[in-house]
Design a binder for this molecule. Structure first.
Ligand code: F0G
Length: 353
């Protein structure tokens, strides 16, 4: 395997699989210095754009490891519940590996681009009349019954792949003071923390960044637990947010995520749908970084942490933008409106310039 590329499998010696990876060249995503945001916020802001992965989200890092593990274990079918991105990524890697793929989605609540990916890559896609938390409970049961290899973030190999986000950040800029990211099922914050922790245990870094999780106001169980200094969550029974990727009320990795936040002296913050859309527009129009709403929550959260005085002025902060703008075109049209339509004449065009 090409070990010289700055991608997930560069860190193969720290990944628990033996066979040749099922890879679509995931990872090695760009880390942008967000100069305009830095100017606004008074700290050094980087954006790690996970939307640049092959399926357009960070899930590919987990899936390359998870699907490789499925093959290593001799399994022939994989399954997941998803708010969209996990299913798109799983379907893609299952296609590459020649595995059957089964997906449960909350019907009508998944962004169009993600459903399109899962369908085109050949997964069996089933919409349930219920939310993500219900879909996850169901897919866990069905997978056990049918012998499907479950690829939600309850699968530890998924998190092993996703921890490489931490390795790449350190490889490129050393240890930042803080990492800010959206939290849904709470796997990614746990995975990235694990990555930093391992680097510290190996003596490669001296400190661990403050892990700071951002949730939408309508889907905020981790935020509430942190505000009350609790080790576990109270589920949100009817989660709702424009950021459908993180429309989750009962995150399965809640305990791990809370540990990551407490042990790293991090925090959690909640943001409104309006703040999320404003951050999405600013990232796109001021920094040239196109992300889906859930990803923009990281920047909306950072803004809030700066306003609350939690982030200090000279901090180096990395915001993780987890998914690509094109994942959710309908949210974009709702935020920006339709393009202007005019007659096919120069006068008509000049009139609207
Ligand atoms: N951002 C995006 C774009 C996501 O798709 C997700 C999770 C998250 C953030 C939150 O990550 O769950 O590890 O805390 N999406 C899952 C899915 C739930 O099914 O695609 P997390």
């Amino acid at each position: 395997f090409d070990g010289n590329e700055l991608r997930v499998w560069k860190y193969r010696c720290l990944l628990p699989v033996k066979r040749e990876p099922v890879s679509l060249k995931e990872g090695g995503t760009p880390l942008y210095h967000a100069t305009k945001l830095a100017e606004e916020l008074g700290c050094k802001v980087y954006v790690k754009h996970e939307g640049a992965n092959p399926s357009g989200s960070f899930k590919d890092r987990g899936m390359t490891v998870g699907v490789t593990k499925a093959i290593e274990l001799g399994r022939n079918a994989v399954a997941c519940a998803s708010t969209g991105n996990t299913s798109a990524s799983m379907a893609m890697y299952a296609a590459k590996a020649g595995l059957k793929a089964y997906v449960l989605l909350p019907a009508g609540k998944v962004a169009l681009g993600k459903v399109a990916q899962a369908l085109m890559h050949g997964a069996k896609v089933i919409g349930i009349r219920g939310n993500f938390d219900e879909a996850l409970a169901l897919v866990r049961k069905i997978s056990e019954e049918e012998g499907f290899y479950l690829l939600n973030s309850v699968n530890p190999f998924r998190l092993e792949g996703q921890k490489t986000i931490a390795y790449e950040i350190v490889d490129e800029i050393g240890t930042p003071d803080r990492v800010v990211l959206p939290v849904g099922n709470a796997g990614n914050i746990s995975a990235i923390y694990k990555g930093f922790k391992e680097l510290k245990e190996l003596g490669l870094i001296d400190s661990i960044p403050k892990m700071s999780g951002v949730q939408a106001e309508g889907a905020n169980p981790i935020y509430k637990a942190v505000m009350e200094c609790r080790e576990d969550i109270d589920p949100v029974l009817k989660p709702e947010t424009v950021a459908t990727a993180i429309r989750i009320g009962q995150p399965v990795n809640a305990k791990k995520a809370l540990r990551a936040i407490y042990e790293s002296n991090g925090t959690a913050v909640q943001v409104s749908d309006e703040e999320i859309i404003r951050a999405q527009k600013d990232l796109a129009a001021k920094e040239g970084i196109g992300v889906e709403p859930a990803s923009a929550a990281s920047v909306a959260g950072l803004r809030k942490l700066v306003a609350e005085g939690v982030v200090e002025r000279d901090e180096t902060v990395v915001c993780i933008t987890t998914g690509h703008l094109l994942k959710d075109p309908e949210a974009v049209i709702r935020a920006c409106g339709q393009p202007i339509e005019v007659d096919a004449s120069l006068e008509a065009i000049r009139a609207v310039l």
